[in-house]
Write a protein that binds this ligand. Structure first.
Ligand SMILES: CCCCCCCC/C=C\C/C=C/C(=O)SCCNC(=O)CCNC(=O)[C@H](O)C(C)(C)COP(=O)(O)OP(=O)(O)OC[C@H]1O[C@@H](n2cnc3c(N)ncnc32)[C@H](O)[C@@H]1OP(=O)(O)O
Length: 300
């Protein structure tokens, strides 16, 4: 898949992809790997490779809430691209290093009070991440160990399989309407593909955030397991998926997902322009302001 990252050279130059992970992670052998196999990554993305299994665990750590800022998106993209191009890996598990939070979704501060050029650059990166995960040739399993609203839910939905930790706080869904904004058509498409038209229609309009039992029932996740079993379950699911020959699985995945991805690919620039127009409206900026204030007040 030829995707351009399309981010400002400055943004990319600021990052140090593939730097050794600082602090505690530095030089720590990856879990389940033999001696000499090291964690690697970038400041906000920790990659724990298990070359023997052909699997890498990608841990998001953009505290406090793994909001998908431009820099974080860029690091995720670079990590994914690197893993995708390394023949060692056939599967990745995406999970969070921030306790209780998988991802709080798109970073509202990238959309609030920003100029159109910034919003356009940001949206391009959001599109890019979705396309990269959704169309990945790798098996992508979500080990969802925290709440995942909106963009966090999209990231989960783009995986091939979702394992959610059974904690009532770990709700998942496209809650955009609660913020006074709307889910873009491609977020909507992925939800419809996953839970069906009628359930998606209700969930999107009402901005449902499904707690684990409801999430399983509606099918937005594939499995709910005790919190301490999320990673091990993701590993055993991965083994099942890796038992299928790659070429057959990849062609099948492409067959199923390409029409959905094509809808965006055919109108990426228009989608960016629509986003910028929408998000720049005074009424939408006001809604974002109110929502951000609510988040602040919640703290007391
Ligand atoms: C014509 C058609 C055109 C189409 C146009 C389509 C437009 C569509 C546009 C956008 C789609 C949007 C997608 C999104 O993903 S929007 C984000 C949705 N996310 C949420 O609603 C979650 C908000 N956050 C929370 O509910 C909570 O923070 C929490 C449950 C995740 C964690 O709670 P808690 O542990 O109590 O932490 P705090 O609430 O105290 O948060 C800590 C800190 O982080 C800030 N923060 C939280 N979430 C975000 C975020 N998404 N972006 C930026 N910042 C966030 C929060 O404000 C606190 O900050 P601090 O006060 O400075 O410490």
């Amino acid at each position: 898949m030829a995707l351009t990252v399309g981010l400002r050279p400055l943004t990319r130059a600021l990052l140090r992809p593939w730097a050794r992970v600082p602090g505690a992670a530095l030089g720590r052998p990856a879990a389940g790997s033999g001696d000499g196999v090291r964690c690697f990554g970038s400041p906000r993305v920790l990659v724990e490779p298990d070359p023997a299994a052909g699997v890498a665990v990608m841990k998001m750590r953009n505290p406090p809430v793994n909001s998908l800022s431009l820099e974080f998106l860029t690091e995720l993209l670079i990590s994914l691209e690197k893993l995708e191009n390394d023949k060692t890996f056939r599967g990745i598990i995406i999970t969070s290093d921030c306790p209780g939070i998988f991802s709080a979704g798109l970073d509202l501060l990238e959309m609030y009070g920003r100029d159109p050029a910034h919003c356009a650059e940001y949206w391009k990166a959001v599109q890019e991440l979705w396309l990269r995960v959704y169309l990945s040739n790798l098996v992508v399993i979500g080990a969802i160990n925290g709440i995942s609203p909106a963009g966090g839910c999209l990231l989960s939905l783009s995986c091939d399989y979702r394992v959610l930790a059974n904690n009532p706080k770990y709700a998942i869904g496209l809650n955009e309407t609660l913020l006074g904004i709307i889910a873009p058509f491609w977020f909507k498409d992925v939800l419809v593909n996953t839970i069906g038209h009628r359930a998606a229609e209700r969930a999107l309009q009402l901005g449902f955030l499904f707690p684990p039992s409801d999430a399983l029932q509606v099918g937005i996740v594939d499995q709910v397991v005790p919190e301490d079993q999320v990673q091990s379950t993701a590993r055993s699911v991965m083994a099942q998926w890796l038992a299928i020959p790659d070429h057959a699985r990849q062609l099948t995945k492409n067959l199923v997902r390409k029409p959905t991805a094509d809808r965006l690919l055919q109108q990426r620039d228009a989608d960016i322009q629509n986003f910028v127009r929408f998000i720049s409206r005074d009424s939408i900026q006001k809604s974002l302001h109110v929502y951000l204030e609510k988040l602040k007040q919640k703290k007391g």
